[in-house]
Design a binder for this molecule. Structure first.
Ligand SMILES: NCc1[nH]cc(CCC(=O)O)c1CC(=O)O
Length: 312
């Protein structure tokens, strides 16, 4: 907020189509709820956007996509940042907080292909594009014959690489394709029990300065309680597994009345070992449930798998 007569909120955002869509989504919701408010976008290129051909795990992970945005807020060049929750590191820098979690879009992964109608119809040895260790380990467990090939870049880049014939199929979050108005690209929604999503997948979160009550007040109208419970439950599991950046970990929570059920998965990269478990409890115990499920997974051998993954 820079001007007391004309309230203004500046959104720091990456320039990818999906990031811009999410920033406009928040801008529109804020302006609808608060007609006196002006919301401006501050687009910026992050380090993560510039390094497109190196596997994420090797360049230091997802933090690269949010750091510039966070610095802009801390330096008061912007007021908030809008993130895909699954790209937000579990811890926040001093002075910043995750304030708002908006209503979740479809959390599932999507099977995308120009030649095949569904996952089961892929022939022996077909090439599947994904750079996500979580997707890789689960696909290899389901179909050890498939060949996983690295696939980086924003959603449109990934679709172009598929269309160029570099892959028989690719796996993308359904939410990204729906938001970018390409639902027809989704040949099959992969059930969460078949391919457990990433923590936070499909949800948008808003980060801002911890000490900024005026902004907090404006943001409150965008909050979605059930999504918050689900996403914080999932994130608590990842945090307890120390699953900071690129990890073969799935986490998915659903709410039924006052009960939340969390399913978790840790897999070895070749898919030869997959450890899954679930817990159910009261919705006001979500984060404790996440921590508990992480302990159960570790006790069942996830500790050995993760040690092996982090070693490389
Ligand atoms: N890792 C990139 C990323 N971050 C968020 C989404 C999709 C939208 C979402 O999960 O909110 C995507 C693309 C993908 O995984 O296909």
């Amino acid at each position: 907020m820079t001007n007391s007569t004309q309230p203004l909120i500046r959104i720091a955002t990456r320039e990818s189509a999906l990031a811009m869509w999410q920033a406009y989504y928040v801008k529109n919701k804020l302006e609808l709820a608060h007609p006196e408010l002006t919301v401006e976008l501050v687009p910026m290129t992050t380090k993560g956007d510039q390094i497109l051909d190196t596997p994420l795990a090797l360049i230091g992970g997802k933090a690269l996509f949010v750091k510039e945005l966070e610095v802009a807020i801390l330096e008061n060049k912007a007021d908030i940042a809008v993130h895909s929750m699954k790209d937000v590191p579990v811890e926040f820098p001093e002075g910043l907080m995750l304030h708002t979690i908006c209503e979740r879009e479809d959390p599932r992964d999507a099977f995308v292909s120009n030649n095949y109608t569904d996952f089961d119809s892929l022939p022996n040895g077909a090439v599947v594009g994904t750079s996500s260790l979580r997707r890789q380990c689960q696909i290899k467990a389901l179909r050890p014959d498939l060949v996983i090939k690295d696939l980086r870049g924003n959603v449109n880049t990934r679709l172009r690489k598929l269309d160029e014939g570099q892959y028989d199929a690719i796996i993308l979050a359904a939410a990204g394709l729906i938001r970018l108005e390409m639902p027809e690209r989704i040949k099959q929604h992969l059930a969460t029990d078949l391919l457990l999503p990433a923590n936070g997948q499909g949800a948008v979160g808003i980060e801002c300065r911890t000490d900024d009550p005026v902004i907090h007040n404006y943001l409150a109208t965008l909050e979605h309680t059930e999504t918050r419970i689900r996403v914080l439950t999932e994130r608590a599991m990842n945090r307890a597994l120390e699953g900071g950046c690129q990890v073969p970990i799935g986490a998915y929570a659903s709410v039924d009345g006052d009960q939340v059920t969390l399913k978790g998965l840790v897999g070895s990269l070749d898919g030869s070992q997959i450890i899954t478990d679930e817990v159910t409890g009261h919705t006001d115990q979500g984060e404790a449930l996440g921590t508990q499920l992480a302990k159960q997974l570790l006790a069942q051998g996830a500790d050995v798998i993760l040690k092996e993954v982090y070693k490389d």
